[in-house]
Every structure is written in structure tokens, then in C-alpha cells.
Design a protein around this ligand. Structure first.
Ligand code: ADP
Ligand code: ADP
Ligand code: ZN
Length: 210
């Protein structure tokens, strides 16, 4: 069987990164995430300035920059878990032109829970692993279980920028959700359960789609 091509949609904090890791572990596919790629290249000069200025404001980095990241990442992949892209309709149309998807899954989580998840999120400086101070704490506070790296808070996970990012989702990315829904391709997954419960539901959908 060929490897699954899975698109994970959902607002910031819905659990896309967390569930992408499960898809990667289960199927050995690539994790393609524009957020991580941009964070690794925050000060890259582009025709549109650097990613940093957009990211720190919680706004979308211009399409040509992210389209190119995704094009390059999908080239030569078999399966993948794509997370954080597309975030507006023009990115969705671009993606249509460059690949086919087996599953488009939307992780649905209400706004109050998203705020709590994002403001408590911590990321390992060393390996990028994802934690939460309350919902998924490391064994030793501030230290990564996996690699012993330092756990840090993302610059854009403060209260004000989180609100802006959630507004950007409603305005720009909700139309992407509607686009896949109209095509009859969207599968909705309740994202409120534990990470394991959400994975169980997602895993079932991937198995059914491939
Ligand atoms: P996204 O990639 O959609 O922004 P993440 O996977 O980074 O979301 O998750 C956001 C935060 O919420 C992280 O701190 C993560 O540990 C935590 N988290 C993820 N899934 C769940 C869940 N099902 N229940 C509670 N917390 C979760
Ligand atoms: P989260 O999953 O918590 O929403 P990401 O790591 O996916 O966060 O994205 C962080 C920031 O990177 C976004 O707020 C935005 O500035 C930028 N970014 C990531 N993906 C895209 C994209 N597809 N288009 C434009 N900007 C993006
Ligand atoms: Zn680590």
C-alpha cells in the first residue's frame, strides 16, 4: 500500500502538531509543517520581508513564501502529514495543483480550550517535542523527557498574539474548511478528548480512507 497523504486542518492549538507526530510514528510518513519550517528560517530575507515580522504579529506569512516551502517539501514524498497549510483559499488552490490528498481531517476544538492549550504550550529547544504545562507536562518541569533539552514558550503563544491568530483563522482559514467541505472531502473529528482518544478517531479515518 502506498503511504497515506493526510491533511490536518484546525485552528491554532487544535492538536495538529501532536496528531501529526502520531501519523508519522504509525505510517513512517514525512511531517510537513509550514510553522516549523518558518520558525527555522525566521530571519530569511524574502521579497516580502522576513517571516519574523508576520509571525510575531500572529499574521500570515505571504503566500509565495509558504507555497514554495510546501512545494519543495512535497516533492519526492510518498506519504505525509501536512499541518499548518493551507491557511487561505489561494494556498488551498495551489495545493490542489501540486498533490492529491487521501484524507482532509478537521480537528474541532472550542475557543476557550484553544486559549488554554496555546498559552500553556511549551516546546523543546533541542528536539521540538511538544508539551503542555497542565495537559501534557514533562516529568521534570522545564526539561524535555526525550532529550533533556530546555522547554520554552513560543514568542507567539502569549495571550494577545493567540487572540490575533484565532481571529486570523476565523477570517482566512475557515473558508479553507468550507472549501473542502463543499467538495465533500472534509472529515470532522472532535478534538476535545485526550490526545489518545483523538488519535484513535483519526487513525480510524486514515484506515478507512486508504
Ligand atoms: P497545533 O499544532 O494545532 O497548534 P499542538 O499539537 O501544538 O496544536 O497542541 C497545542 C497544545 O495543546 C500543546 O501544548 C499540546 O501539548 C496540547 N494538546 C494537544 N492535544 C491535546 C489534547 N487532546 N488535549 C489536551 N491538550 C492537548
Ligand atoms: P499553530 O499551529 O499554533 O497555529 P504554526 O506553527 O502552524 O502555529 O504557525 C505559526 C505562524 O507561522 C503563523 O501564525 C503564521 O504567522 C506562520 N504560518 C505558518 N503556516 C503558514 C501558512 N500556511 N501561511 C502563512 N503563514 C503561516
Ligand atoms: Zn527534546
Amino acid at each position: 500500500m502506498s503511504q497515506p497523504k493526510v491533511l490536518l486542518l484546525g485552528p491554532p492549538g487544535a492538536g495538529k502538531g501532536t496528531q501529526s507526530s502520531n501519523v508519522v510514528d504509525e505510517y513512517g510518513v514525512d511531517h510537513v509543517t509550514t510553522g516549523d519550517a518558518l520558525r527555522a528560517n525566521k530571519d530569511m530575507e524574502t521579497d516580502h520581508g522576513t517571516p519574523r515580522e508576520y509571525m510575531e504579529a500572529g499574521e500570515l506569512v505571504p503566500d509565495p513564501v509558504v507555497d514554495e516551502i510546501v512545494r519543495a517539501a512535497l516533492e519526492d514524498t510518498d506519504g505525509f502529514a501536512l499541518d499548518g497549510y493551507p491557511r487561505n483559499l489561494s494556498q488551498a488552490e495551489y495545493l490542489d495543483d501540486i498533490t492529491d490528498l487521501d484524507l482532509v481531517a478537521l480537528l474541532e476544538v472550542d475557543r476557550e480550550e484553544l486559549m488554554a492549550r496555546l498559552t500553556g504550550r511549551r516546546i523543546c529547544d533541542g528536539c521540538g517535542s511538544n508539551y503542555h504545562v497542565e495537559f501534557n507536562p514533562p516529568e521534570e518541569s522545564g526539561v524535555c523527557d526525550g532529550c533533556g533539552g530546555e522547554l520554552i514558550q513560543r514568542d507567539d503563544d502569549d495571550d494577545e498574539t493567540v487572540r490575533e491568530r484565532l481571529d486570523v483563522f476565523d477570517e482566512n482559514t475557515q473558508p479553507v474548511v468550507d472549501y473542502y467541505d463543499d467538495e465533500g472531502e472534509l472529515v470532522r473529528i472532535d478534538g476535545h478528548g485526550t490526545p489518545d482518544e483523538v488519535w484513535e478517531a483519526l487513525h480510524e479515518e486514515i484506515e478507512a480512507a486508504t
